[in-house]
Design a protein around this ligand. Structure first.
Ligand code: 8DG
Ligand code: MG
Ligand code: MG
Length: 138
């Protein structure tokens, strides 16, 4: 077991749109600290992408998502031994929806920003999504 090579992990990032704005948070306490990322986390054993999106968003923001749908996927090599495939799920929420800071040790704050106004530095997988052909409103 000790000699097993490391392999890529699967992360799920969730695009939550409220009107034209997307929810991002400033990461704290792990890799990419200080960068802006979507809510999300690791896909757990046996989970669907939809279940992971709903669980992580509930845990991190208190928002209950209805019917998140697949949006895009990117491949991100952070360093020689940190490699993630990120599945982006998308869900549009009601205009009055607010995000709670449920894990203040992992996130400085949540903010709703326009797609073209995501602050820098941007977390690597989210930057890859921004650089991809994915367009949220077309
Ligand atoms: P978890 O243990 O609750 O599953 O994870 P977490 O505590 O929420 O950690 P995280 O760093 O937010 O997410 C785990 C990994 O998921 C992260 O290290 C890299 C990967 N990941 C991506 N894309 C995205 C993304 O867009 N947002 C978030 N939050 N994580 C992502 O590959
Ligand atoms: Mg999490
Ligand atoms: Mg997370």
């Amino acid at each position: 077991m000790a000699d097993e090579p490391s392999r890529p992990k699967v992360g799920v990032g969730v695009l939550i749109f409220r009107n034209q704005d997307v929810l991002v948070g400033k990461r704290k306490g792990s890799h990419g600290s200080g960068s802006y990322a979507l809510p999300g986390g690791h896909l757990e054993l046996g989970e669907s992408f939809e279940q992971c999106a709903i669980r992580e968003v509930e845990e991190e923001t208190g928002i209950t998502l209805r019917d998140p749908v697949f949006a895009y996927a990117v491949n991100s090599v952070f360093s020689p031994d940190v490699h993630y495939v990120t599945i982006f799920m998308r869900c549009d929420v009601e205009p009055g929806t607010e995000a709670k800071l449920m894990e203040p040790h992992k996130c400085e704050s949540w903010m709703w920003v326009p797609w073209d106004g995501i602050p820098e530095p941007t977390f690597l997988p989210l930057q890859a999504l921004k650089d991809s052909p994915y367009r949220p409103f077309s």
